[in-house]
Design a binder for this molecule. Structure first.
Ligand SMILES: [Zn+2]
Ligand SMILES: [Zn+2]
Length: 287
């Protein structure tokens, strides 16, 4: 195969972009790692080290998905973001509305709207059409803050396409769309952490680590509940809120995908993964 100078240059630039993005992604984990280690020491004391050992192999898988997404998907998302933002398909009057408001209100509205869109996108991911891509996120048996990085590239792409393009369509300026991604991403670390916090009364407004842990529980009653990331109000308004106390149930899903990373990677590309079947989500039928 003959590669022209231009193609070689582009491939080299993409390689450099991916390597830089991976170095950034890995170094950005250092601060959350310290914070969640301290939280864990506060809650579990010496048992922290046992807990870290217990989720070690799952976290190696989480880092695999992080690496894969950063190297393969991030450059694609950058190109897609430019394409979507340059396409100009946006509500002009909303754009004018945001430009007349102080930036902190615009950011709050972007996070609130982003979570509303994310809530419905997440519900869609639990239907059989997007479930084969989303299932990987639910395969972690020892959930920790790093579970946030466990997403199949197909899931990453659908998340971006649905959330990012709808926010841009609503006329939000790029800084608010980026702030929404960062705030909901970092808050996502928090709700995946193994912390026994329900927030008490505040749990009726914000998603707590316990509330999202129930979303990952294997038992049937927990399926199709607790879809929001930041505001639990969406689950309450649309009848999917469920927090029956602390969650000490078995986590993950029982499915036919298996533990092989290659098998998991190929799964959303198999036609049979989208067929209606009884045990796709473990033991219940997907609609
Ligand atoms: Zn889910
Ligand atoms: Zn999750």
């Amino acid at each position: 195969m003959i590669v022209s100078d231009g193609e070689a240059k582009l491939m080299f630039e993409l390689l450099v972009m991916s390597s830089e993005a991976l170095a950034k992604a890995l170094s950005s984990l250092l601060l959350p790692a310290v914070i969640f280690f301290l939280f864990s020491l506060l809650v579990k004391g010496r048992d922290t080290f046992e807990a870290i050992k217990g989720c070690f192999s799952e976290n190696i898988q989480n880092l695999f998905w992080l690496t894969l997404n950063t190297v393969l998907v991030t450059p694609l998302l950058v190109l897609l973001y430019r394409w979507v933002s340059l396409s100009g398909v946006t509500l002009d009057y909303m754009e004018m509305l945001w430009s007349s408001m102080p930036s902190f209100i615009v950011v709050f509205c972007a996070v609130f709207c982003g979570d509303f869109i994310g809530y419905w996108r997440h519900r869609l991911e639990h239907t059989r059409f997007l479930w084969p891509g989303h299932l990987i996120h639910h395969s972690d048996r020892k959930m920790s803050w790093l579970t946030l990085e466990r997403f199949h590239p197909v899931n990453r792409l659908t998340t971006f396409l649905i959330d990012g393009s709808l926010l841009l369509f609503l006329g939000f300026p790029p800084y608010a769309v980026i702030a929404n991604s960062l705030i909901r991403h970092y808050y996502g670390f928090f709700i995946h952490a193994d912390l026994p916090w329900t927030y008490g009364w505040w749990g009726k407004i914000f998603v707590s680590p316990v509330m999202h842990r129930w979303h990952h529980a294997e038992e049937k009653a927990a399926h199709h509940t607790n879809f929001a990331t930041v505001f639990s109000v969406f689950d309450q308004w649309f009848g999917t809120y469920r927090v029956p106390g602390l969650c000490n149930k078995r986590l993950g899903v029982s499915n036919r995908v298996g533990a092989s990373l290659i098998g998991q990677l190929c799964y959303p590309f198999k036609v049979e993964a989208y067929r209606k079947r009884v045990d796709q989500y473990g033991d219940q039928q997907i609609n």
